[in-house]
Design a binder for this molecule. Structure first.
Ligand code: ADP
Ligand code: MG
Length: 291
């Protein structure tokens, strides 16, 4: 095996937007048995939009204004979608007094003297907010693949926002190709189970691990490895850094966060999911030369 052939292989991949940051991962990438994808921002474009608003006992624009005020300083894509929806509705967000992000759950903020919690079911449970009033609407929207964001004001449920995100270009085709290459494919997400299954169904994925916290994500990868899988994890976010590091091969999306890119062995600089295929084919080619 000539080192020059290896360098040529790495260069070939790099010209296709796939940067293999360490040669040690090439053998693992050639021997993969499973590829695990994060959902939000990886299998979906990560630019969610608010598609429905249900307010309980207050006007919809007021609900949006409160939620937008609370989310103003969050960098989560869901937060951005809420701030945009409020501005589209012409709702003026009141002043934000304090703000605490809760990773994998949402935010808690003080807005005009009121405590506003915006996030998922887990966040509501933590604050003992009764969400039963919204459950029928929430389940209907989840079955369409939407993510439900609950808004509580001073401990009372004030409404829900349904947020939806489009699949990334080529997602379905990449998943099909991986399967044809003999690999198992799974989705790993912090989002709700029903929502995750709805999105997975649209993409042709049948193995779904949902409602996973950032630490759970790394544990799930470890569990798969212990069951004998050689695992690649594909992700984009801060919440994926631990699982990218845990995986045999971490693949970071090019427009993902710096933390994800640093944790990745391979970076898809063109931010194109087809890079996953290119990376694995390149690794198989290089490995044939060096083994
Ligand atoms: P994913 O694994 O899908 O990329 P995250 O781990 O970032 O998702 O978040 C898990 C869930 O927590 C999200 O699906 C969302 O319901 C909720 N969440 C996290 N941050 C926020 C936020 N700033 N506002 C509202 N909901 C949030
Ligand atoms: Mg993500």
């Amino acid at each position: 095996a000539s080192p020059l052939a290896v360098v040529a292989g790495l260069g070939h991949a790099a010209r296709r937007g796939v940067v293999i940051r360490n040669v040690e991962c090439v053998e693992k990438a050639a021997k993969l048995t499973m590829v695990v994808f994060d959902k939000t921002g990886t299998l979906t474009v990560g630019r969610p939009e608010v598609v429905e608003v249900k307010a309980y006992g207050l006007p919809e624009d007021q609900l949006l204004a409160l939620a937008a005020a609370a989310e103003k300083r969050s960098e989560h894509p869901i937060a951005r979608s809420i701030v945009e929806a409020a501005s589209r509705a012409g709702a003026e967000p009141p002043e934000l007094e304090s703000f605490t992000p809760i990773p994998g759950q949402g935010v808690v903020a003080v807005v005009s003297g009121r405590t506003v919690a915006v996030g998922n079911e887990k966040l509501m449970k933590g604050f003992e907010v009764d969400t039963s009033r919204a459950e029928k609407d929430a389940e209907r929207l989840r079955e369409l693949g939407a993510t439900i964001v609950y808004v509580a004001v001073d401990g009372q449920l004030a409404g829900i926002l349904a947020v939806a995100d489009k699949p990334r270009p080529h997602a379905r085709e990449v998943i099909e190709t991986l399967r044809r290459m003999g690999l198992r494919v799974a989705m790993l997400t912090g989002d709700n189970r029903t929502t995750a299954h709805a999105v997975a169904r649209q993409l042709g994925i049948d193995h779904v691990i949902a409602e996973a916290s950032p630490e759970d994500k790394a544990d799930e990868i470890r569990r798969l490895q212990r069951s004998g899988e050689v695992v690649a994890m594909v992700g984009d976010g801060v919440n994926d850094a631990a699982s990218l590091a845990q995986a045999d091969v971490g693949i970071a999306m090019g427009r993902g966060t710096d933390i994800a890119k640093e944790a990745g062995d391979i970076v898809l600089v063109r931010d194109d999911l087809r890079g996953v295929i290119t990376a694995i084919r390149a690794a198989r080619g290089i490995y044939r030369l060096i083994k």
